[in-house]
Write a protein that binds this ligand. Structure first.
Ligand code: AMP
Ligand code: FES
Ligand code: ZN
Length: 355
């Protein structure tokens, strides 16, 4: 197999492009695809301040690397979620993120849920009787938004790639979640209380990002989050992978076809869901409820923690809830884009700049 650009031996084949690349040309390809997504969807301009939500995984670290090399002012944001698992999932993710930030000498902001907000994802999910991925998605959306607004950033970028977006779309179509379909866009413009959100990796797949990191010598956490294993979203990914295997290019056609030909039809459902937003009485973030979902999660998690102590953690056996709660799927399927109505703030210690 030879590289499509330079004819040297290839290190990766990308069947949906009917192409293969050697290491330097793979780097070029990834940079080109990100530059094209940023340009085609008018995500941000040179000179604007971009906050990248970095999980320590291949996508977000790869994205950070790519945006820095493309000359953007990209700073990182890491959230410590307090997830244990084998080897300490959150600790390891933090270590990879810090290592990358210092290698590239790039600014990194950190927020630690247990230290700053008094709960971790397993405990918060149990106390609020939400599936872990739902509590996690809600916390992330809120805290990404808050950190960006507090830090004066123009935009928040996440590492959602083509595989992620196609799987989210697949899940939303299977359930005809019209509201989420109306919001599943690579760019969500800023609105009152909401910072602009973008997904510059929508033109790149998971394998390309993994290969990119290997070629660039970027160490990342390989394990899936232990709380996500077996969730619906991963099932959708597997199903799409089986289809893609037989018909390369299906994911890309599915996702970009949706953006071009279907997405606008769902916009009214998303707009209706946004009506009636008012500031949360506790934190001031826009919400449609009496108290925003994040403040309510924080207060329940704190109350649960105080009442049940470590017992709350044990109750995560409610994890079964994950299997059952539409919310779990919903959380995963909305990605960062979704649940804008639930993105909220709470008056507790803010982010720390560590570099
Ligand atoms: P996930 O929801 O885990 O698939 O992650 C989607 C995107 O959210 C990642 O590509 C990151 O941009 C961001 N993200 C996930 N986890 C974290 C975290 N702990 N801290 C900051 N950003 C995160
Ligand atoms: Fe959110 Fe695992 S990263 S539940
Ligand atoms: Zn609130």
């Amino acid at each position: 197999m030879r590289c499509r650009r330079c004819r040297k031996p290839a290190v990766i084949e990308i069947r949906r492009h009917n192409a293969a690349f050697c290491a330097p040309c793979l780097e070029h390809h990834c940079r080109e695809q990100v530059a094209r997504a940023v340009h085609d969807f008018a995500m941000f301009e040179p000179g604007q301040r971009v906050l990248i939500a970095v999980s320590g995984g291949k996508d977000s670290l790869g994205l950070w690397d790519l945006l820095l090399d493309l000359g953007y002012a990209a700073e990182g944001l890491y959230l410590g979620l307090g997830i244990e698992g084998a080897g300490g999932y959150s600790d390891q993710s933090a270590a990879f993120t810090h290592a990358f930030a210092s290698r590239r000498d790039a600014p990194l902001i950190t927020v630690d849920l247990p230290a700053d907000y008094g709960y971790d994802i397993p405990g918060g999910a149990a106390a609020a009787r939400r599936a872990p991925c739902s509590a996690c998605g809600l916390s992330k959306r809120h805290l990404f938004n808050r950190a960006a607004l507090d830090g004066g950033f123009d935009v928040v970028a996440t590492g959602h790639n083509l595989d992620d977006e196609a799987a989210v779309l697949f899940g939303n179509v299977l359930r005809w979640n019209t509201e989420y379909l109306g919001r599943q866009l690579p760019v969500l413009p800023a609105a009152d209380g909401f910072v602009r959100k973008v997904k510059p990796l929508v033109r790149l797949g998971e394998r390309e990002m993994a290969a990119y990191c290997v070629v660039r010598g970027i160490d990342y956490i390989v394990e899936e989050c232990p709380m996500a294993i077996g969730n619906r979203h991963l099932g959708y990914k597997e199903a799409l992978n089986a289809i893609e295997d037989r018909s390369p290019g299906t994911k890309q056609v599915f996702y970009f076809g949706f953006l071009e030909r279907a997405s606008a039809h769902f916009r009214p459902a998303a707009t209706t869901a946004q009506e009636g937003l008012h500031p949360c009485p506790s934190c001031g973030s826009p919400t449609t409820a009496a108290q925003c979902a994040f403040c309510s999660l924080v207060s329940r998690a704190r109350a649960g923690g105080a009442e049940a102590g470590a017992g709350a953690g044990a109750e995560v056996g409610v994890a079964g809830a994950g299997a059952e709660m539409g919310v779990a799927g919903a959380g995963a399927e909305m990605g960062v884009a979704g649940a804008e109505a639930e993105v909220t703030e709470v008056a507790v210690p803010g982010p720390r700049r560590v570099r």
